[in-house]
Design a binder for this molecule. Structure first.
Ligand SMILES: NCCCC[C@H](N)C(=O)NCC(=O)O
Length: 429
């Protein structure tokens, strides 16, 4: 296992690190807002533009499809050209995509906009994680990554709450809310530009990992990632496939049809998962940094998901309990997964490592959406036939149990090394 220290001697100052942290967080907020901006206008798009459900669904699915291939290239580019340059370029692509989506007269133009946004957004996400690893590697890394993700989640929460916050815009129709999303994407781009500018100093001074080391990249390098990395990749695919396909696509409908909630209450119940993550993700990151252990927390977070799904599917207990459990899982797993990844691979392979994880993750999320939808359609799931959702819940439940199995295997490999490291640190303190 490699360490997370930069390859150069010395490191950027603490103030510079926090300035970069704030700029990256602002940029991430805008990016997550745009990602979640379609859901709130879906009904308006159907009423005012006559879009079908398939077309609305495609506006989001088109995000995952190109990344099954492109994200690996994106990860390599981050390693080759550095986090700051790639954050800037991809934030520009996202801004162009958001504008095309908002100002296109027809469905094809909107879909092209979402495609462009998707191409930029996943590589942008890798570049922002790499930025935090560059500046916070070795000091409060999990806390810093957790805080970044938390601000991102605030963007998702903001998009869910936008019909309340920007009620006037929504009263005018589908377009003004998407123009607001474009303005927020422009803020994200401006923050990325400022980060690129600040980054030039430390990078020129050789205080950050440089792209040179990754020039010799070869496909077989991937085979040199240790066993723990591959367990982490499997967990990433299985856990995100369940959490994103269920929570982003089917949970609101499921709450309505199976648990009898109205649309507003079901949506609110869903948004609490984001809200919880805003506070809990950095808190869990801080705990991991303090304790110096990652794998056990990851296993705990992975275990909560099948438990929550079982409670939802098999009991009529209050929805608050599974919502809290999913909220903790949604906060804990990402808070631990990305810092742990940066500990499992060399710094100049971080972008590549994340890129590979997200290639498979995008395929998993897309695939889980398709399988769950097909299972529901096949069983005729509806408010009149709530039992039709059983197959989908069994599918999500089994997938999350498989994710837990990989988290436990990871604990058995990486966890043992972590324990030895923590004991050595305690002894030398
Ligand atoms: N912004 C929503 C989708 C992000 C997907 C991305 N590949 C990812 O996993 N980001 C980390 C996270 O926990 O959201």
């Amino acid at each position: 296992m490699s360490t997370i220290a930069p390859t150069a001697v010395g490191r950027p100052g603490r103030l510079t690190a926090w300035i970069v942290g704030v700029l990256v967080a602002v940029s991430l907020f805008g990016n997550f807002y745009v990602y979640d901006s379609i859901g709130p206008v879906a009904d308006l798009l159907q009423q005012q533009r006559g879009f079908t459900d398939t077309q609305v669904g495609l506006l989001n699915a088109i995000y995952n499809l190109p990344n099954i291939v492109l994200i690996l290239v994106g990860g390599v580019l981050v390693d080759r050209f550095g986090a700051a340059r790639m954050t800037l370029v991809t934030a520009g692509l996202c801004l162009a995509g958001a504008a095309l989506t908002a100002f296109s007269p027809g469905f094809t133009g909107m879909a092209a906009g979402r495609l462009l946004y998707g191409i930029g957004a996943e590589t942008f996400n890798i570049a922002t994680l790499a930025a935090v690893a560059d500046y916070f590697g070795g000091r409060s890394l999990a806390l810093a990554m957790g805080a970044e993700l938390a601000i991102g989640r605030l963007g998702s929460y903001g998009a869910d709450m936008s019909p309340t916050w920007f009620a006037n815009a929504y009263a005018q129709g589908w377009q003004p809310p998407l123009v607001i999303a474009t303005a927020i994407a422009a803020t994200s781009f401006a923050a990325a530009l400022a980060y690129w500018w600040v980054d030039r100093g430390p990078r020129r001074a050789g205080l950050l990992p440089t792209g040179q080391a990754s020039e010799g990249f070869a496909w077989r390098d991937l085979l040199h990632f240790g066993k723990a990395y591959w367990y982490l990749l499997a967990l990433c695919v299985l856990w995100y496939a369940v959490i994103l396909a269920f929570r982003s696509t089917f949970s609101i409908k499921y709450f309505q049809h199976v648990h009898g909630l109205d649309l507003a209450t079901a949506g609110e119940m869903n948004s609490y998962v984001f809200l919880a993550a805003v506070f809990a993700t950095p808190a869990f990151g801080w705990v991991c940094d303090r304790v110096g252990r990652y794998a056990p927390f990851l296993a705990l977070g992975a275990a909560l998901l099948p438990v929550a799904l079982a409670i939802l599917a098999l009991t009529s207990w209050s929805l608050w309990l599974p919502t809290v459990l999913i909220g903790v899982s949604f906060s804990l797993v990402p808070a631990v997964m990305w810092p742990l990844t940066s500990r499992l691979v060399a710094p100049n392979r971080f972008g590549t490592a994340i890129g590979l994880m997200w290639v498979v993750q995008n395929a998993g999320i897309g695939g889980a959406n398709l399988v769950a939808g097909w299972l529901n359609d096949r069983a005729g799931a509806s408010a009149a036939n709530p039992g039709g959702y059983d197959a989908m819940m069994a599918f999500f439940g089994l997938t999350s149990v498989a994710g837990l199995a990989f988290a436990l295997m990871l604990w058995l490999t990486a966890g043992r090394r972590e324990q030895e490291k923590a004991a050595t640190l305690r002894a030398s303190a």
